[in-house]
Design a protein around this ligand. Structure first.
Ligand SMILES: CC(=O)N[C@H](C=O)[C@@H](O)[C@H](O)[C@H](O)COP(=O)(O)O
Length: 224
């Protein structure tokens, strides 16, 4: 197994993202957040957008999983080969891209995208999947690691309150590649449970790095 992927076995990965128009949307801020989560034990960081990826790579000494969100509907996570190459050129050790079976905006298949990226860069590839069929297809397409990132967002799986552990079970049973549980892991207990289901690693975003959402959880709990 590739040493970068091997280094993630059984670990916590933290996604550091701020969304358009939000107060923390600044590459320096995200790099500081990344440094803070590494200090807390994150074995890798996931970062969005070329400027953030560059700044985070320059700031932390753990692997960086990079993605470029373009749009917010359909295939928007590193949707084309050009996006993937740009993410790799920004320094990401792993390029995360949409790993669903939906048509991609540049007309390439996932396999063509992975092959094209491999011609141009050494980066590893993480497929953000929304179902078992996505994961099986992504594995065939030659990616290095499978994520449950798009479960509940691509129309094939329900949006569970916590992580989609049923999908984790399916992927662990049917796929040979390492499985990163990502999406709606909101508590340490859920993270541990995901590993107990056979996940290779766990990626947490919102519950660690999105204070607006976390504050909302608390504020809502106080409304009578
Ligand atoms: C669906 C989608 O666009 N997911 C994105 C992928 O990078 C991020 O918005 C999530 O924050 C990330 O996947 C981590 O998940 P959670 O924030 O639920 O821990």
């Amino acid at each position: 197994m590739n040493p970068i992927i091997e280094s993630l076995r059984g670990t916590l990965v933290v996604s550091c993202q701020a969304y358009p128009g939000e107060p923390m949307r600044d590459p320096r801020t995200m790099a500081q957040v990344a440094a803070a989560v590494v200090a807390g034990g994150a074995a890798a960081v996931r970062a969005q957008g070329i400027a953030d990826i560059r700044q985070v790579v320059a700031t932390v000494d753990v692997p960086v999983i990079g993605l470029w969100k373009d749009g917010d509907d359909g295939v928007f996570i590193t949707p084309t080969l050009d996006h993937a190459v740009a993410v790799a050129e920004a320094g990401a050790h792993v390029v995360a891209l949409d790993g669903t079976r939906r048509p991609r905006p540049d007309g390439r298949t996932l396999a063509q995208t992975v092959a094209g990226l491999r011609e141009r860069a050494d980066a590893l590839v993480m497929a953000d999947c929304g179902s078992l069929d996505d994961a099986l297809a992504a594995q065939d397409a030659g990616v290095d690691i499978l994520g449950t990132t798009l479960s509940g967002y691509s129309g094939e799986r329900p949006r569970t309150d916590g992580p989609d552990l049923e999908l984790v079970d399916q992927l662990v049973a049917s796929c040979t590649l390492p499985v990163m549980v990502e999406g709606r892991v909101h508590t340490p207990a859920q993270a541990a449970e995901a590993l107990a289901h056979g996940a290779f690693a766990v990626c947490v975003g919102t519950a660690i790095t999105h204070p607006t959402t976390i504050t909302g959880w608390f504020a809502d709990a106080l409304v009578r």
